[in-house]
Design a protein around this ligand. Sequence first.
Ligand SMILES: N[C@@H](CCC(=O)N[C@@H](CS)C(=O)NCC(=O)O)C(=O)O
Length: 319
Amino acid sequence: MAMLINGSWDPDAKGTTAPDGSFIRAESPYRDFITAPNSGKFPAEKDRYNLIVSHACPWAHRTLLYRAILNLEKIIDISVVNPISYPNGWTFENFKDVSNDTGLDIDFLRDLYLSIDHEFTGKVTVPTLWDKKTQTIVNNESSEIIRMLDGPFCELNGQRSGQMFGGYPLTEIDQMNGFVYKGLNNGVYRVGFATSQTAYDNSVKLLFQTLDKLEDILAQSDYLLGDRVCECDWRLFTTLVRFDTVYYYHFKCNLRKLESYKNISKYLYRLLDFPKVKTTVFEDHIIDHYYLSHLRINPYGIIPVGLKKLLVNSNGKKI
Ligand SMILES: N[C@@H](CCC(=O)N[C@@H](CS)C(=O)NCC(=O)O)C(=O)O
C-alpha cells in the first residue's frame, strides 16, 4: 500500500500487514488540537483552516458530515481529492467535485506532507486539517477532527460545544465508538485487506457478530444510545452507507447484505433523512475509489454490474 518512505513515494509499500495476514492500521501522526478562539497555537479562526477530504473515504466523510450538520461551511473551507488514489496516492487531478483550496499549487497531497517534512515516512491520508496561515498540518485523525468541529469551531460560530454528544456521558459514547470501530469502521478493512484465510475468517466473524448486536440494539431504540442521535451514530453511518455497494463485494463482507438487516436498514434511512446528510454522500467517488484504487484486491479494476442499482433514500429517490 502506498506511503512515503524517507520522503520517497512507494505506491506498493508493504508494512501494513501482520505476519499472520491481518491488516494493521497505522497511527495518525499529526495530533495537534484547535483551541478556543483567540487562544493557543491553533485557535479556531474563520477561513484559516482547510479540511482536505475525499468523498470516497468513510473517515473523511465523518468530518464532512459534522461540517454540514453543525453549519460550519462558512467557517472552514474544504479541498476535495480525486477518488482514484492509485498509483500516486491522493491527487488534485481534475474530476467532478475535486478542488484544491489549500493555497498550495500542488498536484499530489503527498506534496503537502513533504512541504512540512521533506523526509516524511508514513501514509498520506484524508482527512487532513491544514493550517493555511502557518502552512502546517494540525491533525490527520478524523475522530479528533470531528471533536474540534463540535468544539472550538462551534464556539467560534456562536454555537454550543459538544452538541453531537447528544447529552450522553462521554464514557458511554467512547465505549460504543470502540465497539463499532473494532467490528465495523476498521473491521471492514481488516476483512478486505486480510492476506490469509485465517485472518479473513476471524475478521469477518467479528464483523457480522457486531452487525447482529447492532441489529438487536436498534430493535430497542431509534439510535445507538437511545432516542437521541449522537456522535456514535454518525461514526457508524459512514461505514453503513458504503456497505452494500463496496464492502459486501469488494471487501468480501458477503455473509449478508445490510439490506437484510431490517432494523439497521431503517436506521440508515433515518440518518440519511437528516437535513443535508444526503448532500455529503457521493456514490460516484465511493465506487470509483474502492474498485479502481485497490488493485491489489481487484487487479483489473472491474466494477460489479449490481452497482448500477445505487442506494435509494426512504422516498425511493436516488441519492
Ligand atoms: N485514522 C485515520 C484513517 C484515515 C484513513 O485511513 N484514510 C484513508 C482513506 S479511507 C487514506 O487516506 N488512505 C491513504 C492510504 O492508505 O494510502 C482517520 O480516522 O483519520
